[in-house]
Ligand binder design. Structure first.
Ligand SMILES: *[C@@H]1O[C@H](CO)[C@@H](O)[C@H](O)[C@H]1NC(C)=O
Ligand SMILES: *[C@@H]1O[C@H](CO)[C@@H](O)[C@H](O)[C@H]1NC(C)=O
Ligand SMILES: *[C@@H]1O[C@H](CO)[C@@H](O)[C@H](O)[C@H]1NC(C)=O
Length: 482
């Protein structure tokens, strides 16, 4: 069976890697199993499509496209050295992860696990003993230096559906698993090179998708991209794929739900990705604001356009949240119309039904929360949302509303550490430490917690305070902990 498989896989290719009957590319890096056969259209600033054509020919049919050199004239491309960014934006906070997605541990930033200041990141991301990848919402103060590809941003409806702006920054060597994202995106590289491998959504059945609860819009493949196990994951070789490199100054249009794997190269590798609406089922976009005088050759600064979720640089981040128009407004309108038809009104209970988990939850918390959410949108204060009220909700109202109704993703908050370092693991090392010694000092505890559990001193101290009931006591007697 295995031999037959190997022969079948080898036939169309030169079996230069085939060894002792193993399938081609077995235990080799992703990409060495079959040749890439799906070409991607390429443009420059001079022949980039008008937003209407771009929508019709690329966004609607989910077809990727490359735009070479289009960001070369932007201030981001011209200004963004480590030094400039640190001096101008050093105090802004960002989310950080390990360089190898899903496997490496979450790094400790200046103060918190998984969260760093830009200044601290710049000082540390090149050190050989750290593995830091900034994967974060981009602070809004930097929007003025980001360029918007004219094919989405010069005019038309896509420019009015920007959902979230992310920064991807590492010191080279960052690599992802094969995964997909919910939104359409324009991913522009300002520093370094990125090698991309793309797999169209229609081949999802062969991607060896990791099982996930419910039908999430994200998703990733179980294939080990460093050493593909062709016995465990043979279907990956059935997928026609695209292979290319994006250089600093280039942008990639990556359609929603398109599977991709990315390797970052260069000692400074920095990309900004503009996530915009999915436009599911939209036949044509509105381009009534496009004119003869529209400038289709110059990327606008992102600060000239509105974005649904904007990161202030401190507090609760909003990565991974919903689309105000195709998500919030249209579900509220649909529900209001449905209820109206049967003589009922859209109140906090109905909103709870739309956004609630559906599972059992504590009625008090739940009702307080949805009452507050409705009050944000309810212009006449009568506790109900009419179709007219929903139509006139602004994005800043939706932003507040979203913070109330959407579940909080732990990595968006300062308390991320609590969700990574579980109670059980804390109890386990505490018991272990107390078995060896009759008293445990605060210093030893902090060292244990940060070395063994890889958390922060701040949280180690918080836990210690909790155990001894005070910030002043620095020892625990083993007899006092059970
Ligand atoms: C950059 O600006 C110069 C001068 O305005 C222009 O000639 C060139 O086409 C621009 N290049 C890009 C990629 O926008
Ligand atoms: C990494 O090395 C630097 C100096 O080279 C040191 O200051 C820092 O504490 C080290 N960090 C870790 C996590 O070991
Ligand atoms: C994929 O592209 C990169 C450069 O962009 C190249 O080095 C590599 O050999 C290509 N892989 C295949 C299998 O064609």
């Amino acid at each position: 069976m295995r031999v037959l498989q190997a022969i079948l896989l080898c036939l169309p290719l030169l079996c230069e890697y085939g060894q002792a009957g193993d399938p081609v590319g077995h235990l080799k890096p992703l990409g060495e199993q079959t040749l890439p056969t799906v070409p991607i259209d390429e443009f420059t600033i001079d022949n980039a499509p008008h937003p209407y054509e771009f929508y019709e020919n690329y966004v609607k049919p989910s077809k990727a496209a490359i735009f070479r050199g289009v960001m070369l004239n932007t201030s981001g491309f011209q200004l963004w050295t480590d030094k400039y960014i640190k001096e101008n934006y050093g105090t802004m906070e960002v989310r950080v992860e390990g360089k190898k997605e899903k496997e490496s541990r979450i790094p400790v930033g200046e103060k918190y696990l998984g969260r760093d200041s830009i200044g601290h990141f710049v000082d540390h991301y090149h050190l050989p003993n750290t593995s830091m990848y900034m994967v974060s919402e981009l602070p809004e103060v930097m929007f003025k230096e980001v360029g918007v590809l004219p094919s989405v941003g010069a005019c038309g409806e896509m420019a009015k559906r920007f959902v979230e702006i992310d920064i991807w920054w590492n010191g080279g060597g960052g690599r992802s698993v094969i995964h997909k994202d919910a939104f359409n995106q324009i991913n522009c590289l300002y520093r370094g090179d990125k090698d991309w491998k793309l797999y169209e959504y229609k081949y999802e059945k062969w991607i060896h998708k990791h099982w996930e609860p419910e039908n999430e819009v994200g998703g990733y493949s179980e294939v080990d991209v460093d050493a593909v196990d062709m016995y465990k994951h043979p279907n990956i070789a059935k997928i026609p794929w695209s292979n290319f490199t994006i250089h600093a100054g280039d942008c990639l249009f990556l359609p929603k739900s398109y599977y991709h794997q990315v390797i970052s190269k260069g000692i400074q590798n920095l990309a900004v990705s503009i996530l915009f609406g999915r436009f599911d089922g939209v036949e044509h976009i509105d381009v009534s604001d496009c004119h003869d005088e529209t400038d289709y050759k110059t990327p606008k600064p992102l600060s000239e356009l509105d974005v649904m979720w904007k990161w202030s640089g401190t507090g609760m981040m909003s990565m991974g949240r919903g689309d105000f128009e195709s998500g919030y407004r249209s579900s509220l309108l649909d529900m209001a119309e449905e209820l109206q038809a049967i003589g009922q009104e859209l109140n906090a209970d109905a909103v709870a039904e739309l956004w609630g988990s559906g599972g059992e939850d504590d009625g008090k918390i739940r009702h307080g929360k949805y009452d507050k959410a409705v009050a944000i949108l309810d212009s006449d204060g009568d506790g109900k949302l009419t179709v007219d009220e929903i139509k006139s909700v602004t994005w800043s109202q939706f932003r507040e509303f979203g913070f109330e109704v959407e579940p909080h993703e732990p990595s968006n908050s300062y308390l991320f550490e609590y969700s990574l370092i579980t109670y059980d693991r804390v109890v386990q090392i505490l018991k272990h430490a107390l078995r060896k010694k009759t008293t445990l000092t605060r210093d030893i505890w902090v060292r244990l917690y940060t070395k063994v559990l890889e958390g922060t001193p701040e949280f180690a101290n918080k836990i210690f305070n909790g155990l001894v009931g005070s910030e002043e006591i620095n020892e625990i007697e083993s007899a006092s902990v059970t």
